[in-house]
Design a protein around this ligand. Structure first.
Ligand SMILES: Nc1ncnc2c1ncn2[C@@H]1O[C@H](COP(=O)(O)OP(=O)(O)OP(=O)(O)O)[C@@H](O)[C@H]1O
Ligand SMILES: [Mg+2]
Length: 229
């Protein structure tokens, strides 16, 4: 199994009365290409935070690629994420003052090989496949368009060929052509590398690419918004 959740409950510390996630059980088989949709505020980004170990549940177990995240120290969790998970954040989380190439290379610093030149070539191959024009590669990411920043964030998530790719509204800022380019790059790459995909979005239009399509409300048992979807 790529993902196994058991008896998960989560609320943010500042809002103890507001249970965001109550997931008795949910799993994804290795190699699944899964799309989970739900309304804004329904807990999609929170779910991805738990799966990546950036958030910890108040109770329950999160197991990713066979590893129980709550038995790891913070440092071990960071290493586990760097080695195994590609994460396209909803807000991208790029370093604004670094250029596109350096933002992606930053994600390779935990990998075994120290071959910067080789890695840089791989970055350029990804940038070309994602239609990021060469004259945008060397300027600070804060000066790129939002859609270009999103494609840099996608390249950063893919550069280590992660076993699990999780993506939070990964095409929200892309036009149709770039959204299609991304999906056409991703799907064969996922299949070739036995990569498990989990995309979350409120927008159903990407769902046709995926082998599994679920509503978050189908496995998140909180009252209110999710159950309405
Ligand atoms: N840092 C935070 N502190 C407190 N509450 C939060 C925080 N982040 C999110 N929430 C709350 O948790 C709930 C779920 O938010 P979340 O961001 O997971 O939703 P989402 O499904 O990703 O929404 P969207 O589609 O708008 O991105 C919301 O009620 C939100 O107000
Ligand atoms: Mg979100």
């Amino acid at each position: 199994m790529a993902i196994e959740l058991a008896d998960i409950r989560f609320h943010y510390p500042s809002r103890a009365e507001h249970t965001v996630l109550n997931v008795p059980s949910w799993s994804l088989k290795t190699g699944t290409q899964a799309f989970v949709y739900g309304p804004s505020g329904g807990g999609k980004s929170t779910l991805l935070g738990l799966l990546s170990g950036l958030l910890s549940p108040n109770s329950g177990q999160v197991r990713v690629l066979g590893q129980c995240l709550d038995t790891l120290s913070n440092r071990q969790r960071d290493q586990f994420r760097a080695a195994n998970i590609g994460y396209v954040f909803q807000q991208f989380n790029l370093m604004p003052y670094l250029n596109a190439i350096d933002n992606v290379l930053l994600a390779t610093q935990f990998s075994q090989s120290n071959n910067r030149g080789g890695k840089e070539n791989e970055v350029k191959v990804l940038f070309n496949a994602l239609n990021i024009p060469e004259n945008e590669w060397q300027i600070p990411c804060r000066d790129l368009s939002v859609g270009q920043q999103q494609r840099v964030a996608i390249a950063r998530a893919l550069i280590n060929k992660p076993k699990l790719l999780i993506a939070d509204e990964p095409t929200s800022s892309l036009d149709q052509a770039n959204s299609d380019a991304f999906m056409k790059l991703l799907m064969p790459m996922a299949a070739d590398n036995n990569m498990t995909l989990l995309f979350v979005s409120h927008d159903h239009s990407l769902s046709s690419y995926f082998t599994s399509v679920e509503s978050l409300g189908d496995f998140n048992q909180v009252e209110g918004i999710n159950n309405a979807s």
